[in-house]
Each structure stands twice: as C-alpha cells, then as structure tokens.
Ligand binder design. Structure first.
Ligand code: SAM
Length: 196
C-alpha cells in the first residue's frame, strides 16, 4: 500500500479510538470498521474486480478509503452516502488527503432513498454500515441494485447481533444469495448474489 495512505489510515485509527472514547453523544462518534476488516474489504473488492461500490454510512470515510483503494485499481468509483453534514466534510478532507477524492462520489442523504433511485444491477458491491433498523426495509432494493455475482457486505454482526438478526435471516434464507457471518472486527455479513 502507498505510504501516504497507510499513514493516513493509521492516523484515522488512532483518531477514531480517541474520539469515540471521549464523545458524549453517539452522533459525534466515528464508529469505524477495524483495520483487519478494511484489509478483508480490500481483498473482497479486488476478488470481484469491483468497479462500482455503494457504501451506506460514510462517517469520516475510514472504510471508504479501503473500498476506494481497491476500486481504484480497476478505475472504479465508490458512491458513499451519509446523513451528517459534519461527517461529510470530515470525510471529504480525508479523501483529498489520501489522493482518492476523484474516485469517490459523496451523497448527502438517506441510503434508502439512494437505493431506490439506482438502476438494477448497477453495483458490484453494496456495503451497509448505517442504522441497522432500516436494513430489512431496504432488502428488496439491495437485491435489485446488486449485479449477479455481486457482493453484499454488512458490518456489526457481532457487536449488534440483536439488531442485525432480522436482516441476517432474510439474507440467509434467500435462494439468490450464499452468505457467511465472518468473525472479523465487529463481525461481517458477506453474501454473494447468484450469477443467474
Ligand atoms: C457506523 S458509522 C459508519 C462508519 C464507516 N462506515 C467507517 O467504518 O468508517 C454509521 C454512519 O451512518 C450514518 N447514517 C445513519 N443512518 C443513515 C442513513 N439512513 N443513510 C445514510 N447514512 C446514515 C451515520 O450518520 C453514521 O455516520
């Protein structure tokens, strides 16, 4: 990995931990994926040669940087959606510092509305990392926007097992997907859509 990006990721890991320990309100927390999770995402995205990645829940862009570094290798783009203006501007600074800004579309708003507006089969990867109570309602759109052979990834299967249970059931019971609950970091749901 490029030295500048490796240094920025390490800095963001320190910042995230310090910030979240001190934060008085969850809306001020970064709630980033772990470093090992980022490494897993990088490999997954490269494995499916991901060119179009959708992330819902940008925060300050730590996970986005991992997805984007992988997408960049195939001249791809990451679309990342966030509701907090404060976090959108923190993320933008990090994307510029990483030299990855031109590979990222930042969208302000609700991930569910963004999903509805996208064409069928328009993403190679969909990564869900926002408030978990929306995922069950988003499921039909998540399935629709993923291309055959595309990957669905969702964070927090270990740390938010209760909140994730309904969604996990839907994915596990779907005939269209094969899935695994990977005990890395906060726990990652990784599912592949059938090739048709
Ligand atoms: C767990 S954090 C994301 C962490 C980030 N993926 C990372 O690992 O660096 C969740 C983020 O989702 C945002 N969020 C919550 N609900 C959302 C929604 N419906 N659409 C888009 N973003 C949302 C929150 O503001 C918060 O910044």
């Amino acid at each position: 990995m490029r030295k500048t990006l490796a240094e920025l990721l390490a800095e963001l890991e320190r910042f995230g931990k310090r910030n979240d320990r001190a934060a008085k309100d969850v809306s001020r927390c970064m709630l980033n994926i772990t470093r090992e999770t980022g490494e897993l995402f990088f490999v997954l995205a490269r494995a499916v040669n991901a060119k179009d990645i959708l992330e819902i829940g940008t925060s300050n862009g730590y996970s986005t940087l991992w997805w984007t570094e992988a997408a960049r290798a195939s001249e791809g783009m990451v679309t990342t959606v966030e509701v907090s203006d404060w976090k959108i501007s923190l993320a933008e600074k990090n994307f510029r510092r990483a030299g990855l800004f031109r590979y990222i579309r930042q969208v302000r708003g609700d991930g569910g509305l963004v999903l509805k507006k996208r064409k069928a089969a328009s993403f190679d990867v969909v990564f869900l990392d926002s408030f978990k109570d929306s995922y069950v309602g988003w499921w039909p759109e998540v399935k629709r926007v993923l291309r055959p052979g595309g990957l669905l990834v969702a964070d927090n299967t270990l740390t938010h097992a209760g909140e994730m249970a309904g969604f996990m059931k839907l994915v596990e019971r779907s005939r269209e997907f094969v899935s695994a609950d990977v005990p890395v970091g906060n726990g990652e749901l990784v599912a592949v859509k059938a090739r048709g």
